[in-house]
Write a protein that binds this ligand. Structure first.
Ligand SMILES: Cc1cc2nc3c(=O)[nH]c(=O)nc-3n(C[C@H](O)[C@H](O)[C@H](O)COP(=O)(O)O)c2cc1C
Length: 397
């Protein structure tokens, strides 16, 4: 594995030398980047001798190689050990004023951050908010332990043990390859069924859950097709995004991309009904709405279920009552391999960019509560569960 080891300016920087040695000994190719602060605690010579490579300390050292982009691209993972409160804040904000923060911003590979600092700094709401921001973005935080700190007092903020850091690096790198070579299809967002050129039937979906699932699939190495209804939420740029408006367009785009998909996850809140007639001109108030009738839209999930040929098919059910009963019916009738159930009866659960709560059900009575969390975190939990269910069933068929 090729690892960028970023070392920042905390007392625990000396422990990074032992970590670097352990990585080299097990055969990893390590590039060490020291911040200016780190250089005050440990010498570049130590790391150069361990890695037998030059240690990088400045953005301006070899501009012809554009080191921050080259390293960000070449690495399988970036580990910042120890990470100061300052470095964590900079990464959370997207600041890029030295080599390491530039690498962190340019990288698309797993980022592992092991904080180490005085308890007061660690517990400060600013640091906690920054760590929460990083976690929500999928960064792995190796939690510090409680122990004897440099201030000669015991408290939280002690750098995690080397074994825990190595395990976190391995888990992140493994996760990044988990879906390598697989094609994942995700549908997301609402649809709009036109009444006339300015009015439509729709629902409150923002597509956030599907977008987060697509993002997580990309992070695990998949090729992702995202069929996306109208939303202002930005999808990940690495996905092949097809924008659609109506249920019919979503049906056509999804069915066109379904053959050969290894996994398909239908999160879209597709309108169940559409007006039988769409008026060519804006309907006037005094023309009334009498006679306006609705018809069923094509059932995308049922058709995916009928035609699935080796695709692991996952549905979503957003319900306001009896939600697991309805979901189990949907699981069976649409031939799904799993279904995620979302209780959207409350004001603060379900739609939008806020937190949500999911339960995953699969045939044969399988059930797992994914708990309540932000949608980025839920997407990670859901992928973990889905891949476990798929592996247990020993099926990619
Ligand atoms: C003796 C000493 C020890 C320090 N230890 C830590 C530490 O353990 N964790 C931390 O977050 N900051 C620590 N700091 C503060 C950082 O060095 C300071 O915030 C610096 O700007 C960090 O720069 P960097 O994040 O670019 O490496 C320490 C400072 C001094 C002078």
């Amino acid at each position: 594995m090729r690892i960028v080891l970023g070392v920042t300016g905390g007392i625990a920087a000396y422990k990074a030398a032992a970590l670097c040695s352990a990585l080299v000994q097990r055969g990893d190719d390590v590039d060490v980047v020291l911040t200016e602060g780190a250089e005050r605690f440990v010498g570049a010579l130590t790391f150069a001798a361990l890695t037998r490579k030059p240690v990088l300390t400045s953005l301006w050292e070899a501009p012809e190689t554009i080191p921050h982009i080259a390293l960000a691209r070449a690495a399988d993972a970036i580990a910042i050990v120890p990470a100061t409160a300052n470095a964590i804040a900079k990464i959370a904000l997207g600041l890029a004023d030295d080599l390491l923060s530039n690498i962190a911003l340019a990288a698309r590979v797993p980022l592992i951050v092991a904080p180490a600092m005085n308890s007061a700094m660690y517990e400060h709401p600013a640091t906690q908010a920054n760590l929460a921001t990083l976690r929500a973005r999928g960064v792995t935080i190796v939690e510090p332990g409680i122990g004897f700190l440099a201030e000669r007092e015991s408290g939280v903020g002690r750098l995690a043990d080397q074994e825990a850091i190595l395990a976190a690096i391995d888990a992140s790198a493994t996760r990044a390859r988990e879906l390598a070579g697989e094609r994942v299809l995700v549908t997301a967002g609402p649809t709009r069924e036109a009444i006339d050129p300015v009015r439509f039937l729709s629902n409150a979906s923002t597509g956030t859950m599907g977008i987060e699932l697509a993002r997580e699939a990309l992070a695990r190495g998949a090729n992702v097709d995202l069929v996306l209804g109208p939303t202002s939420v930005t999808p990940p740029s690495e996905a092949r995004v097809v924008r659609v408006v109506s249920a019919q367009e979503m049906y056509d785009a999804t069915l066109a991309r379904a053959p050969g998909a290894d996994i398909a996850i239908a999160t879209a809140a597709v309108a169940d009904w559409r007006p039988v007639q769409t008026y060519a001109h804006k309907r006037k108030k005094d023309e009334g709405a009498e006679g306006m009738s609705l018809e069923r839209t094509p059932d995308i999930l049922a058709t995916l279920g009928e035609r699935k040929n080796g695709t692991f098919l996952v549905g979503f059910a957003a319900e306001t009552r009896d939600f697991e009963t309805f979901a189990l019916e949907k699981l069976a009738s649409k031939r799904l391999d799993a279904i995620a159930v979302n209780d959207v009866s409350g004001n603060d659960s379900g739609f939008g960019t806020g937190p949500s709560e999911l339960v995953l059900l699969w045939p044969g009575g399988g059930r797992e509560e994914l708990g309540r969390a932000g949608k980025g975190e839920l997407a990670r939990r859901m992928w973990d569960a889905l891949l476990r269910v798929r592996a247990e069933r020993g099926t990619r068929t």
